[in-house]
Design a binder for this molecule. Sequence first.
Ligand code: GAF
Length: 389
Amino acid sequence: MTNIRSFKNRPDLYENFESDVSIQSPGRINLIGEHTDYNNGFVLPSAIDKYINMEFRKNDTENFCRLYSETFKTGFEFQLDMEFSKTEGWENYVLGVIDQIQKMGKKIEGFECIIDSRLPVGAGISSSAALECGIASGLNELFDLGLSAIEIVKLSQKAENEFVGSNCGIMDQYSSVMSKKDHLILLDCQSLDAEYIPADFDDCKLLLLNTNVSHNLADSEYNTRRKECETGVKIIQQDHPGVSSLRDIDLKTLQQYEDKLTPTIYQRCIYVLEENDRVLNAARTLKAGKLKEFGKLMYASHEGLQHKYEVSCPELDFLVDFSRDKDFIYGSRMMGGGFGGCTLNLIEQDKIDSYVEEVSAAYFEKFDIKLDAISVSPHAGTQIAKTIK
Ligand code: GAF
């Protein structure tokens, strides 16, 4: 049972809404390095030029809060001093963040918020992290909580882990907040050291193809993959007590455990080690301007995700396979947690329109589903505009 009150279709509540704080909280792409973040490995993400817009204002009450999503035409209200319990839908991301802020001993008061999202849900571009980080950033500004950017990242991840119940790593929240325009972040998820690499793609652009499927295995299989990796680590730890994650194991050591791990767990661990290597190689090739080599690593990443980590699906595989004989596409891979969502494609800019037409027709013929194409550019993280004194 939850004690929030939900309502629908009430745009009238927010006519002539004058906000104290405006937040643009972006989604993210990840060039390479999938399912490596929660294994303390490397990722290469960036925020994108598509975001959730949020308008906040205080309402001079101690506890009354009301949020409305213009996108979903649903809203909810609640009292800050109530016990928060999990409910359905986007409300959880909001409640989870407020719960974390309060657990940190930070004091907030009654507020109102209108949310307008330009991020497709379930597309693997992290609309949930954008929502969490946007709420945390907005409340931080509205109530002068003094939270640093990295605290916002960490509390948003914790909200997702502890309240929403998804054991995600740190990549999505980190990229939504910490990105820089026209750069990718080579992030070491163990130390949180970040190198900002110029996103120079010459005549190419990044194109997302949204399968518009989101298989409902996604959440449970995500948590299962994480557990499988942890089981692998635990077995290796028995001989190597210094090992605390897959990051501390090299390929040669792992290969000695082939008979001690189940074939599935062995494959998962091999994938993670290989993907970490690919991320570091990808960063090197990008810095050297070798885009075709970079693209090959994207394909290799997809193959690992498809066959060893087994988080792809027929729709994603179809799109990646369809791109393979096109010399104007340098690389293509599934992106994000998997089981649906988008492929990311590195494609020559002047071929985008004709390719989208061709692949959309083929995809529709095969699956009877409309494909959506979204061109994206690496963008700055959370943008804040504050009018309150
Ligand atoms: C999801 C998670 F939220 C990330 O932390 C990451 O693990 C990703 O899947 C897979 O790379 O987006």
